[in-house]
Ligand binder design. Structure first.
Ligand SMILES: Cc1cc2nc3c(=O)[nH]c(=O)nc-3n(C[C@H](O)[C@H](O)[C@H](O)COP(=O)(O)OP(=O)(O)OC[C@H]3O[C@@H](n4cnc5c(N)ncnc54)[C@H](O)[C@@H]3O)c2cc1C
Length: 470
């Protein structure tokens, strides 16, 4: 067996880089490494593009956009439109979505091949620190190996009837729109699908074990989103879990820990995702797992416990988002093949929840800021969007800025309302640049817009001062 280090040269190996996983992180790393002159191979066991393109962000956003049309149609009446009764055809949505996903998959293949990389359309596992074994038994040796195998839905304990439960993977391929669906989970995937199904016309019940949905988000956001979703007719049951699921023909009965039960046509769990580390041969190569999160343990350069093996994206279970996987994959390629060490700064990553209304957030929540800074100013407003004044829709926007009272820096921004994700993407630049509240105040409002509220909130709605400990 060959070992890494100065004694070996790239020519001693079949390739310079072998990437396991053709998703967001793996493809970016492969392209950039090839651009730096590396001989690159990628193995993908399912479809090139990975979770984001095939069964994550992209198809989800297409569903969100499609489902939102219902609100547009309803809201149109207040503006004078008479629209004949609209009908919706689920199979058309699925077919058009599949066409678009296939197109994107093709682009991902092209990206790697145009850069000079070779794609093995098969599963790959580690044989040792420099050897990868493909499903047909063939082995490929590599100077460096990048593990970018992503994650998968985690259904939790094997409760009775778990085989009847679908995950987000299957939700993208249902034959028909369920008339009634029960969704267990309170995170972004559960809530996004709850709103998608509800807008397409399903009767939706969300079950969540905690006391409120969207754990980890700002408390005001959590309360606001829940209220808005409930106003749209979604039932949210917190403080309980699913104990069992029975099937009777095409119908399911979901039994809850609070002793009630719900009949539905579909049951979906979105209660978490686990990193794809099983049966990868990690032990054969001596790769350590991070005991804190179950992902592959890596340093600031995404290097594993083995000198020549790196891991990026969801398999490291750091921040499971596409732009993060991409940035980590790019940084790895620049560090190892571009002669330019790049550490990824994981601070101030903007996130969105594409429920309706949408959530956009960047930086610290109020709770986090109060635990970090001695002085915290909160600027918060809720108001009716201008569109609702004519459409009559019962909805309110939430805008919140969290400010370090001593430095005046805006350390958090949280928005619930239409286009919140678009607004927060731009605000994230200001937060990353360490803009102060005075900078926000000095910025002209763009009128009439919802986002102008961010530069017109002048008086703190709350001010917290923590006395220094004696
Ligand atoms: C429903 C859903 C919605 C999401 N929405 C968003 C969103 O709106 N915004 C956002 O930023 N993120 C979103 N995400 C998260 C995002 O999809 C992931 O963070 C991102 O895809 C991670 O990229 P990755 O490269 O680490 O892994 P992946 O994209 O998962 O790629 C890993 C690839 O490795 C392959 N693979 C695994 N094991 C092997 C093996 N042994 N051999 C060969 N191939 C293998 C898999 O088939 C897969 O294609 C969403 C995820 C889901 C599930």
């Amino acid at each position: 067996m060959q070992t890494g280090g100065a004694r070996t040269t790239m020519a001693d190996f079949d390739v310079d880089l072998f990437v396991i996983g053709g998703g967001s992180g793996g493809v970016r790393a492969a392209r950039i490494a090839a651009g730096h002159g590396a001989r690159v191979a990628v193995a993908e066991e399912y479809r090139m593009g990975g979770t984001c393109v095939i069964r994550g962000c992209v198809p989800k956003k297409l569903f969100v956009i499609g489902s939102h049309v219902r609100q547009e149609i309803t809201d149109a009446a207040g503006f004078g439109w008479t629209i004949p009764t609209a009908t919706f055809d689920w199979p058309t949505l699925i077919a058009n979505k599949d066409k678009e996903i296939a197109r994107l998959e093709g682009l991902y293949v092209q990206t790697v091949e145009k850069a000079g990389g070779h794609i093995y359309r098969t599963r790959a596992v580690l044989e040792d620190a420099h050897t990868v074994r493909l499903a047909d038994g063939k082995t490929v040796t590599a100077k460096y190996i990048l593990i970018a195998t992503g994650g998968a839905p985690n259904h939790g304990p094997a409760i009775p009837g778990i085989e009847h439960v679908i995950s987000s993977n299957e939700a993208f391929h249902l034959d028909r729109l369920p008339r009634r669906i029960v969704i267990q989970g309170g995170g972004y995937i559960a809530l996004e699908f709850a709103c998608i199904f509800a807008n397409f016309g399903s009767d939706v019940t969300v079950i969540y074990r905690g006391d409120n949905i969207l754990r980890g988000f700002d408390e005001d956001v959590r309360t606001h989103v829940r209220g808005e979703m409930e106003k749209e007719g979604i039932t949210i049951l917190t403080g309980c879990t699913v104990n069992a699921v029975d099937r009777h023909g095409a119908e399911y009965t979901t039994h809850l820990s609070n002793r009630s039960s719900i009949a539905s046509d579909q049951v979906m769990f979105a209660i978490g995702r686990h990193p794809n580390v099983a049966n990868l041969g990690l032990e054969k190569a001596g790769i350590a797992i991070n005991p804190a999160n179950g992902g592959i343990a890596v340093d600031h350069f995404s290097k594993t416990s083995v000198e020549n093996i790196y891991a990026v994206g969801d398999v490291t279970h750091r921040h499971n988002l596409t732009p993060v996987a991409i940035r980590e994959g790019h940084a790895f390629a620049d560090t190892v093949f571009g002669n330019r060490p790049v550490e990824v700064d994981h601070k101030d990553i903007p996130t969105a929840v594409f429920c309706q209304p949408e959530v956009g957030a960047v930086g610290l929540t109020e709770t986090e800021a109060r635990a970090t800074f001695s002085h915290v100013d909160i600027f918060k407003a809720t108001f009716r969007p201008i569109k609702a004044t004519m459409s009559g829709r019962d909805t309110r926007i939430l805008m919140k800025l969290v400010v370090d009272g001593r430095s005046d820096r805006v350390v958090g921004c949280h928005i619930v309302g239409d286009t919140a994700a678009e607004i927060v993407q731009a605000v994230a630049i200001a937060v990353k640049m360490k803009a102060t509240k005075a900078d926000f105040d000095a910025t002209f409002a763009l009128h009439p817009s919802a986002a102008e509220e961010l530069v017109t909130m002048r008086t703190p709605t709350a001010r917290y001062v923590r006395e220094a400990a004696e």
